[in-house]
Design a protein around this ligand. Structure first.
Ligand code: SF4
Length: 93
C-alpha cells in the first residue's frame, strides 16, 4: 500500500512550515509510525506524499461510495416488480 492511498497518512501540523505541509504515518502498527512520509531520505521536502508505504496500510474509503451503489441498485433490479420497488423505497425514507 502506498502512503498516498493510505488512510493513516495524516497532516502533522507541528512539523509543517508556512510553505510546506508535513504528512506523517498515523498507524501505530507500522514501523513508520510518526515518521514524515513526504520527505526524502536526504531531507528534501516534497509537496506530495512520496513514500512507498508499508504492509500495514489500509485503503481510504471514499465518502459516498456505498450510497452510489445503493442508489443505482433499484433501477438495476431485473423484472416485473420494478415499478413497485421504487415507490416503496421512497415511502421508507
Ligand atoms: S507507512 Fe504504512 S501505515 Fe503508514 S501511512 Fe504509509 S502505508 Fe499507511
Amino acid at each position: 500500500m502506498k502512503c498516498i492511498s493510505c488512510r493513516f497518512a495524516t497532516v502533522d501540523k507541528s512539523a509543517s512550515d508556512k510553505d510546506w505541509t508535513a504528512y506523517e504515518c498515523g498507524n501505530p502498527e507500522s514501523e513508520y509510525h510518526k515518521s514524515l512520509i513526504n520527505i526524502s531520505e536526504d531531507g528534501k521536502k516534497h509537496k506530495r506524499i512520496s513514500w512507498s508505504g508499508c504492509e500495514h496500510g489500509e485503503r481510504k474509503v471514499k465518502p459516498g461510495a456505498t450510497k452510489t451503489i445503493n442508489a443505482l441498485s433499484p433501477s438495476r433490479l431485473p423484472g416485473v416488480n420494478g415499478s413497485q420497488v421504487l415507490p416503496q423505497a421512497h415511502a421508507g425514507i
